[in-house]
Ligand binder design. Structure first.
Ligand SMILES: NC(=O)c1ccc[n+]([C@@H]2O[C@H](COP(=O)([O-])OP(=O)(O)OC[C@H]3O[C@@H](n4cnc5c(N)ncnc54)[C@H](O)[C@@H]3O)[C@@H](O)[C@H]2O)c1
Length: 252
């Protein structure tokens, strides 16, 4: 098992990529703290425990400093912290000209400031414990390409890629590896929300599919697999990278 005796925080674990990552981490032997503002993460934690794993739910809005501190405190109470997967994110489907300053700031807060708060707090715990760790930030193919409907989201994910590089360099001396995964279009509840935002879910999904070089969407498990690799010792020389897992979306 790749993550035996590791304690990990996974944000946005109630569904989609975060849920798949939680289930895969549990299968690899990790102890889990599932942080989400959706209490469905409690059900995910209970199912993992029923299957012999270790998982607890911690309610959290990742954009609120006090909530982030509560999750980090839970890790300290449980005894340790080795891994953080900063996965929670919000894709606002709005053209630049219609996006308010409040909306722009809210997207940045949820998608980027949250990662800064978790990375800083987790690194302090890891350093105090006298060991290294691994932080994996869930970024996006939208960090490196543009599109008309998601200005705030693009900005936030570009920030995640850049923050990942800065954090990797800052935390390397402490043995903490920071990397990012860049999912392409992945079939999650969040993707279907995005398709619904276009006015017609079925047509929205068809229009997303037309852009896929592989002719299919990614599965949450396929993203979880690369997150697991980066969080594990198998990626011991990987630091500051943005690993695209996008079925070729960004190379055409
Ligand atoms: N699905 C895709 O096509 C795709 C593509 C590129 C990047 N991503 C990124 O992958 C990550 C996961 O996306 P997904 O598709 O699984 O999304 P999803 O909407 O299916 O799940 C997101 C989870 O994050 C939680 N969440 C959202 N805002 C939160 C907040 N403020 N505090 C706490 N929890 C919060 C939600 O409750 C939910 O459980 C996101 O960062 C997203 O930007 C997804």
């Amino acid at each position: 098992m790749l993550l035996e005796n590791r304690t990990a925080i996974i944000t946005g674990a109630a569904k989609g990529i975060g849920e798949a990552t939680a289930r895969r981490f549990a299968a690899e032997g990790a102890r889990l703290i599932l942080a989400d503002m959706d209490s469905r993460a409690q059900t995910v934690a209970e199912q993992i425990v029923e299957q012999g794993g270790e998982a607890v739910f911690c309610p959290c809005n990742v954009g609120r400093e006090a909530d982030v501190e509560a999750v980090l405190d839970m890790a300290v109470r449980l005894g340790d912290l080795d891994i953080v997967v900063n996965n929670a994110g919000w894709q606002l489907n709005k053209p630049l000209l219609d996006t308010s300053v409040e909306e722009f700031n809210q997207v940045l807060n949820t998608n980027l400031t949250s990662m800064f708060m978790f990375t800083k707090g987790a690194a302090k715990i890891m350093i105090a414990k006298g060991h290294g760790g691994a932080i994996v930030n869930v970024c996006s193919s939208f960090a490196v390409v543009g599109s008309p409907g998601y200005a705030a989201y693009h900005a936030s994910k570009g920030g995640v890629a850049s923050f990942t590089r800065a954090a990797a360099i800052s935390l390397m001396p402490h043995g903490i590896r920071v990397n990012a995964v860049g999912p392409g279009t992945t079939d999650t509840p969040g993707l279907r929300d995005g398709a619904r935002d276009t006015g017609n879910e079925e047509e929205g999904m068809r229009s997303f599919m037309a852009l896929q070089p592989l002719g299919r969407f990614g599965k949450p498990e396929e993203i979880a697999s690369v997150i697991t690799f980066l969080a594990s010792d198998q990626a011991s020389f990987a630091a500051g990278a943005l690993w695209m897992v996008d079925g070729g979306y960004t190379v055409i």
